[in-house]
Design a protein around this ligand. Structure first.
Ligand code: GRF
Length: 203
């Protein structure tokens, strides 16, 4: 499945998706990377791997709707079948989300529905959590709220600070996101009536 990744920064999850998709047996192909930030470090990584990149910045568009319409046009030009948000730091407009519903996924650095939003690692530590992790979910119009596709848990260690915990979660993200994208691309994870339907794996 033709997949476009949306980023705003570092792009380490994007890099993990590109690495997984470089295997011809992987069911998704990364055909493009779109960033809303011209200085996103991930853009250089994508280019170095021969992936088409595009910068579509909010400042060049008069409204959020116009910005998302430009992204939608780029996705159409890429003939995208799946959109993977990977550290894309903007809330997408309801019309855009509706159009891509069931075909757009996001990774969030917490075990949803706990710790939606920002600063998840510091908040998990402050709450005294003994486990933490990451979630890949279908994107709906509520932020970090869509049906869950896959999750990975990591332990919170004694003496952890937010950076140490973030690094442990990030490693799990890099394994989880390719797995979840693969499930969606193969049709083994589908969104139906606001829920995720997972295939039963035959033995
Ligand atoms: C990741 O922790 C991701 O879960 C969150 O933003 C961070 C992006 O990191 N949505 P990167 O750009 O993929 O390195």
């Amino acid at each position: 499945k033709r997949t476009v990744v949306l980023i705003s920064g570092r792009g380490s999850n994007m890099t993990a998706l590109i690495a997984a998709a470089s295997d011809p047996a992987f069911p998704a192909e990364i055909v493009g990377v779109i960033s809303d930030k011209a200085d996103a470090a991930g853009l250089g990584v994508a280019k170095a791997r021969g992936i088409a990149t595009q910068v579509i910045s909010r400042a060049d568009h008069g409204s959020k709707q116009a910005h998302d319409a430009a992204i939608d046009a780029a996705l159409t030009a890429f003939q995208a079948e799946i959109v993977a948000l990977a550290g894309y730091m903007r809330i997408l407009t309801p019309g855009f989300v509706q159009k891509w519903q069931g075909r757009m996924i996001n990774i969030h650095p917490a075990l949803l529905p706990a710790f939606k939003g920002l600063d998840t690692h510091a908040r998990a530590l402050a709450a005294g959590m003994r486990i933490h992790g990451c979630t890949v979910h279908f994107v709906t119009s509520e932020m970090d709220d869509g049906p869950i596709i896959a999750q990975a848990a990591v332990p919170v260690m004694v003496g952890d600070n937010a950076d140490a915990l973030a690094a442990r979660v990030l490693k799990a993200e890099h394994r989880l996101y390719p797995l979840a994208l693969g499930l969606v691309a193969e049709g083994k994870a589908r969104m139906e009536a606001g829920r995720t339907v997972l295939a039963h794996f035959a033995d």
